[in-house]
Design a protein around this ligand. Structure first.
Ligand code: GLY
Length: 364
């Protein structure tokens, strides 16, 4: 696909940089006032892509695309499209867990560093790749966020194919959830468990199945351009119309092309109430490393979590949140409330990495 919004030329890059009061750390300025104009010497950066634990293939593709010259936001979206299209990832796109009515509603946002533009969709039905629709919102409208029926109509008008994105596995998981909600209604569960084993284990009858799975991907290319995306089916069995952090610019994802990029997965309500990703970029602007910035937001979430239904017996958040970040120098970091792993792609290879954790383990 042709890139409709190419990278700035070297001349544009240098003049934008000279005009900026926030010169990027990756740019060294060697001045020689007596002999002539200032020279800007730009060091090539090592490209990097960071994602949630479910993003190993996504970061690999995003890095390869950036190395082939694709703009980071497009490379990031191409990466997460692999996961959106995967019927077995039940947290994102096709195969995502549905809402309480059994209908899959997807949320996504994208952001582009050089233009500082963003696009997002929320509660989008029947379209496999909400991230591609978010890209269209960014590039083909003067808006940032389209929701529900309006987002679907916009996608239709741009030629996106409507299809059934509720897989058999997700339908059966929903039915099982619905039938086990109450013994006082008319829904009666099967005696056996027809769901396939998860991580090699049968589903536990008492297991909490209302996951907040999501994928975030932040990408930086060798020219120092940032791009990012977050995409999700949101909280499993949510109230129809519920929107989490993922499509909200500044919450589930944020970037400032002079500073860095950040994104989140996990309980969206907690990320919204801490303005998570935007605050991480602000922490990096103040000089914090990506990991310390992510940890700071984990601490804030713990501080803001005050009501008992959201707390464990020992007073910690009874949910998970994960943050991922890269800065303009190409340094990465990640932290979560409880131990978790992220996916990382650099020129050294594709790796799963342990994230810093605020707490060692989660009690009941
Ligand atoms: N973080 C995804 C959601 O809560 O919807």
């Amino acid at each position: 696909m042709q890139n409709p919004d190419p990278q700035p030329t070297r001349r544009q890059f240098l003049s934008a940089l000279a005009a900026s009061s926030l010169a990027a750390p990756a740019v060294a300025m060697a001045s020689a006032p007596a002999r002539g104009p200032e020279l800007l010497v730009r060091k090539a950066l090592r490209p990097i892509a960071i994602s949630s634990g479910n993003g190993m293939k996504a970061v690999e593709l995003a890095l390869a695309q950036m190395q082939a010259g694709v703009r980071p936001v497009d490379a990031a979206v191409a990466g997460v499209n692999l996961v959106e299209n995967d019927p077995h990832d039940m947290s994102v796109g096709y195969g995502g867990r549905p809402n309480a009515d059994g209908i899959v509603e997807l949320d996504s946002c994208v952001m582009d560093g050089p233009t500082h533009l963003a696009g997002a969709v929320a509660s989008l039905r029947n379209i496999k790749n909400p991230s591609l629709v978010a890209l269209k919102v960014m590039r083909r409208t003067d808006h940032v966020l389209l929701v529900g029926e309006g987002a679907l109509r916009f996608a239709r008008l741009h030629g996106f194919k409507e299809e059934n994105i509720l897989t058999e596995e997700a339908r059966k998981a929903w039915l099982r959830w619905r039938e086990r909600l109450s013994t006082k209604d008319d829904w009666v569960p099967r005696k056996d468990n027809e769901l396939p084993p998860k991580n090699g284990k049968q589903h536990d009858e008492d297991e909490e199945e209302r996951e907040h799975g999501t994928i975030h991907l932040s990408a930086l290319n060798s020219a120092g351009t940032l791009g990012a995306v977050t995409t999700t089916s949101g909280l499993a069995y949510k109230i129809p119309g519920r929107v989490g952090d993922s499509p909200l610019i500044g919450c589930g994802m944020w970037l400032d092309n002079d500073i860095g990029s950040a994104g989140s997965t996990g309980r969206g309500e907690a990320v919204i109430l801490s303005n998570g990703s935007a605050q991480i970029v602000e922490q990096m602007r103040q000089g914090k490393s990506p990991t310390d910035a992510c940890l700071e937001l984990c601490k804030r979430i713990a501080h803001y979590t005050r009501i008992s239904r959201l707390l464990t017996e020992d007073g910690k958040p009874a949910f998970q949140v994960n943050f991922y970040a890269i800065n303009k120098k190409g340094e990465w970091g990640a932290a979560s409330l409880y131990p978790s792993r992220c996916s990382l792609a650099t020129e050294d290879g594709i790796e799963r990495k342990d994230m810093a954790a605020l707490y060692e383990r989660r009690s009941k």
